[in-house]
Structures are given as structure tokens and as C-alpha cells.
Design a protein around this ligand. Structure first.
Ligand code: FEO
Length: 395
């Protein structure tokens, strides 16, 4: 069922209330998500993006209930990833000659996934599509936000920016707009989305935001491809992105560990107490990575100035849970963060050195040689961990 956004712009997407994992199992979507597709009905009728492939037939059936598919003059594919292009094969069977406007890279990604030689029309930044009634779509390439093929489309007259993944959040809602959902959930999901998906591209994003601002286009609505549409103070999310893209950190220190027989857990707790005692203003968060949602932890890492990582030494190495966690930090290319390592050992004790090297390789500034503890921490060792926490707070 289509829903009105503004004037002749309608939402024709899909709400996925059940979604809990995304990008395979890489990303947790505890609030579900939406795949937002938009129909513009001016003199020309244009469809912007589709939905994920499991919903392809439902999507096309619903769309056909709203409009004669043959009356669609153009499809805009802002991004080739399957959550937005997944219904294209089903749709294009009905309208095989309809032009698909997209970037040159999207031709590659769409052909690469669907192996179809559709009627592609390649567009670049500044290219326009006249919709009649005095309105046009202006295309803006958004390479690496977050794929090389990404772009946005701006609708003149109604001042709607169809931003695709940018400014999105994984929230399932059928109320459409940012002023209709819980604001705390909205901002938590928005920062989680940024931290886990867009952090590696922050430098590119900073330039793109400047470019968009320089275009001086009035923006009344930001219609993303996931979650709510920003219509009330839409620039609030642009301002947040400008903040988040600038090596974001708060006065927070996050301790992340795994433990075998609770020795390293004891160190983690003492370190956190030491940090707290040295700096009552700092936010301290502690996570056993095996008992936590790694994407939520990564959001806390995003907010942190320092990340303290612990693992016992196991088989001359560290636990795979902690290795995977540091690997993910490396993938996300966090900038301007400090790191430190700690852990218990019974025999050879390589773990702390290994973690320190991995943290440095992940781009964190390692503050010292870390804290090693032989066997289970006794009272003295716990005091040492407490003091180590105070040291970390001082950096
Ligand atoms: Fe990059 Fe929502 O797909």
C-alpha cells in the first residue's frame, strides 16, 4: 500500500519487522528495518529503488495495485546492493525496456549480480531528469557512501533528497517519519548504523557533506532507504553526520574482554574501577565480548576515546572472540583513539603483546606495554589492575 510523503511523492517500500541480522550475520538489527522505495507521479512517473529480494513479488504486486507498471517512465537505482535492487529482476520482467538511471559503477554492480542487460542510463553528479510540472530530479554521485556505485537524487520543487543508505537507520516502523518514533531509539540506531557501516568512509563523507552544502539546495525532507524519513528538522541528521565523520569521540573509555576462568574478567572490573576513581566524569563501559552484541559494542567503541582490550593467553595466542573484535575495529578504521591491552596467563603469556600489536595495526595509539598478570589475580594483583585503570584514565 502506498503512503503519501509530500505532494506526488509516495512510499511504496517494505517494512521488515522480523529482520534481526543484516549483511549476512555481520550486523544486528534489533529494531528490524525497512526497505524504502519511492514513487513520484508527476507528468513522468518514476520509481526510486526497490526492496530486498525476499519481498520482490510482494513489492511488484503491490506496485501494480497502485499503478499500471507500464506507466513507469524510469527507475532510479541509487545503489546496487541487494536490499534495494533485489526486486529489480522481478519488476523488469514486466517492463524490460524501461530505463534504469544509475551510476556507471551501479551498471557494474547490477549486471554483476543479476546478469541482465537492462536499459541502463548512466548519470553523473549534476545530471537531471525532467519530470514535468516544473520538477526535476538532480543526481549526486556518492561514491563509497557506502559502495562505489552509490548516489542520491534530489527532487526540485518538493526539496526531497533521496539519500539511499546515507542518513538511514535500521528501524522497522510503519509510521514513516522521524517525528513519529521514539527519539532515543532513533538516535541510537542512527549512530549504530553510522559506527558500523559508515565509519570507514568518514573522510569521504566529510567532503561529500561540504559538496552537498555548497550546492545550496533547500532540503525539506531526507528520504533514506532504511528506517524513518527525516521531515522534522531534517538537517539534524546531517549535522550529526558532520560531527560523527570528524573522528568522533566522547569522554568515554570502553573495556572489552573475554575470559576463561574469570581472571581476566577480574582485571577488567578492577581496571574499570580504577578509571572511574581517577576521573569521575568519564563514562566507563565494560563488555564481555562473547556475551554482548558486537555491533552495539562497536557503537560504544565509536564513542570512546580509549579502548582497553583483555584476553587471557591461550595456546600462545589470544581468544578468537577478542581477535575477531580487534579485526572488526581494524575494518572500521577508527581514528584518533587510544588503546591498551591486559590479560592473565599461566605459562608463556604472549597475549598482551599480541593484542597490543593488533591494536596498533588497527590504527589505535597504544598507550603502553599493557598489564600482564600471572595466574588468578590476588589482592595485590587486583590493586595493580586498579592502578592500571587510573593510569589509563590519565592518558
Ligand atoms: Fe548498502 Fe541498504 O544497502
Amino acid at each position: 500500500m502506498k503512503k503519501a510523503i509530500v505532494n506526488n511523492v509516495y512510499w511504496v517500500g517494505k517494512v521488515d519487522w522480523e529482520l534481526r541480522r543484516f549483511h549476512g550475520d555481520e550486523f544486528s538489527t534489533n529494531s528490524g528495518s525497512t526497505y524504502n522505495s519511492y514513487l513520484i507521479k508527476e507528468e513522468k512517473t518514476v520509481l526510486i529503488d526497490t526492496v530486498w529480494s525476499p519481498f520482490d513479488e510482494e513489492f511488484v504486486e503491490n506496485l501494480a495495485g497502485e499503478i499500471d507498471l507500464n506507466r513507469i517512465d524510469a527507475v532510479i537505482a541509487n545503489h546496487g546492493e541487494v536490499d534495494h535492487s533485489g526486486a529489480l529482476p522481478c519488476l523488469m520482467k514486466h517492463i524490460p525496456n524501461t530505463p534504469i538511471y544509475c551510476t556507471a559503477n551501479a551498471v557494474k554492480s547490477l549486471k554483476g549480480q543479476y546478469h541482465q542487460d537492462w536499459n541502463f542510463v548512466v548519470v553523473k553528479t549534476g545530471d537531471k531528469l525532467d519530470l514535468g510540472n516544473g520538477k526535476e530530479l538532480i543526481f549526486v554521485e556518492m561514491p563509497m557512501l557506502h559502495w562505489p556505485d552509490s548516489m542520491a537524487a534530489y527532487l526540485t520543487g518538493d526539496n526531497v533528497l533521496f539519500s539511499n543508505d546515507a542518513f538511514g537507520q535500521h528501524i522497522a516502523t510503519n509510521s514513516l517519519f522521524n517525528d513519529t518514533v521514539d527519539q532515543c531509539t532513533l538516535m541510537n540506531e542512527a549512530i549504530k548504523y553510522y559506527a558500523n557501516i559508515l565509519t570507514p568512509f568518514s573522510q569521504i563523507l566529510r567532503k561529500k557533506l561540504e559538496e552537498i552544502v555548497a550546492l545550496n539546495l533547500p532540503i525539506d525532507i531526507i528520504a533514506t532507504s532504511h528506517g524513518v524519513i527525516w521531515r522534522t528538522n531534517p538537517m539534524q541528521i546531517v549535522e550529526k553526520y558532520a560531527l560523527w565523520a570528524n573522528d568522533y569521540k566522547e569522554n568515554q573509555i570502553t573495556v572489552v574482554y573475554d575470559t576463561m576462568w574469570n581472571g581476566t574478567k577480574t582485571l577488567a572490573e578492577q581496571i574499570s574501577e580504577g578509571i572511574r576513581s581517577a576521573d569521575p566524569d568519564v563514562t566507563v563501559k565494560v563488555f564481555n565480548i562473547t556475551k554482548s552484541d558486537i555491533n552495539d559494542v562497536m557503537t560504544e567503541v565509536f564513542k570512546s576515546k580509549t579502548v582497553v582490550v583483555g584476553s587471557p593467553t591461550n595456546s600462545r595466542s589470544i581468544l578468537h572472540s577478542v581477535a575477531g573484535f580487534i579485526h572488526m575495529m581494524k575494518q572500521l578504521r577508527f581514528k584518533n583513539k587510544k588503546g591498551a591491552a591486559f590479560g592473565c596467563h599461566g605459562w608463556s603469556g604472549e597475549g598482551v603483546n599480541i593484542m597490543s600489536a593488533m591494536l596498533a595495526d588497527a590504527g589505535l595509539e597504544v598507550i603502553d606495554e599493557g598489564l600482564k598478570n600471572l595466574w588468578n589475580p590476588d589482592e595485590e594483583a587486583q590493586q595493580k589492575a586498579f592502578q592500571y585503570g587510573k593510569t589509563i584514565a590519565g592518558f
